[in-house]
Structures are given as C-alpha cells and as structure tokens.
Design a protein around this ligand. Sequence first.
Ligand code: DX5
Ligand code: ZN
Length: 222
Amino acid sequence: FEPVKIAPSILSADFANLARDVALVEEAGAGFLHVDVMDGHFVPNLTMGVPVVRSLKRATSLPLDVHLMVDNPLDQLPWYLDAGADSVTVHVEPLDAEGLARAVDEIRAAGAKAAASVKPGTPVEVLAPVLADLDMVLVMSVEPGFSGQGFIEGSEEKVARVAQLARAAGSSPLIEVDGGIGAATAGRVAAAGADVLVCGNAVFAADDPAAALAAVRDAAQK
Ligand code: DX5
Ligand code: ZN
C-alpha cells in the first residue's frame, strides 16, 4: 500500500517566481509536479506550453505530470514527450476510441506514463477499452479550465467506480483526482481509492505552501 502522493499544480504558482515555488513544493515532499496545459479551445483558458515544460525539466527533479487540455492531443503530445514530460494525460472527450488507443501507445512508446482523463460529465466507462494499458486515470472533480473552483460533490463516487472498473479489468492504474482538493476533501477521495491528489490553490494560495501540502497529505491518510 503506497501512501497518497500530492501533485501541486503550478497553475496556481507565481509565474514570475516559478523556480522558487517549484523548489518549495519539491522540498515539502511533493510526488509530482502537475502542469496544466490549456489551449483556449478545449477549455476557455490559455495557460502554458512547451517552453515552460522544457525549463521546468531543468529546474526540478520532480516527475512532470502534464495534463493536456487541448482539442488536438494527438498532434501535441509528441511536443510534450520531447520537452521532458514524465507522464502525459490526454482527455478522452476530443478523441475517438482509436485515437485514444493511439495516444496511449505513443506516450508509452516514448517511455512516459500514459494517463487518460474524464471531465465531470463524461462517464468513466469510456476508459474501459484502454484501461489495461493505462498507467494512470485522472478524474476531474471540477470542470477543467481554472484553478480555485469548488470540488464537485460526489466526485469521490467516480473515483470508486474507476477503482472498481480497473479491478474488474485486472489492471491497477494510479487514480489521480484534480480540482478543488484540499484538506477538507482529501480524505474522502483517498478513501475512495485515489493515489495522487492534484492541488492548486490549496497549496499555492496558502501563506505557508509547505505546511498546506503536509496538511493535505495528512488529511488523505486519515
Ligand atoms: C483545472 C486544472 C487543475 C487546477 C487545480 O482545470 O486541471 O489542475 O489547476 O486547481 P485547484 O486545486 O485550485 O482546483
Ligand atoms: Zn490539471
């Protein structure tokens, strides 16, 4: 049994002091660094891209967990693999079954971990055909697009459903949850089977990000 890992989302960090903020969470024991790539089309927000990932790769030894919120993941994922992503998460919504399988294959062929994500309104059952090949499943607990939103109640049931589907498929992907996670929600999603908790505002909007990260990890263990 592995303890729950925290993946701080740098979308909530200070972009003018990114190296400082990354060092802070690395020191505090983060498990991954979550990088939210948004294209202004798949989601109504534009964030960061390849140059930031490339620079982060040199600035930290934390695994870079790239969450691709873009309309054309098959076109873009090679860029991020090349820039040093350790895991790449594609959304299932812009892909058909064949495209999803191809994305997973391409990520793994590059030696990275493959993850697929579902928006709150997308049933987890669409993951079934690729479940055996996934290293991680990302359950969105807010509508993707912005940090600082409230956790959608009941998202923990979706986490439990993914865990159940994976068990039935004889597969054991990590389950990551993203959106509105803090000390108040961490226990519930961890109890439902989450292995990795993405935290944006809960960590970086706190006065003491290191203490906030520890508080979320502690809450997940209870
Ligand atoms: C939302 C992003 C999240 C976001 C999380 O679309 O995928 O990773 O940055 O931020 P919080 O934890 O503040 O909800
Ligand atoms: Zn994210």
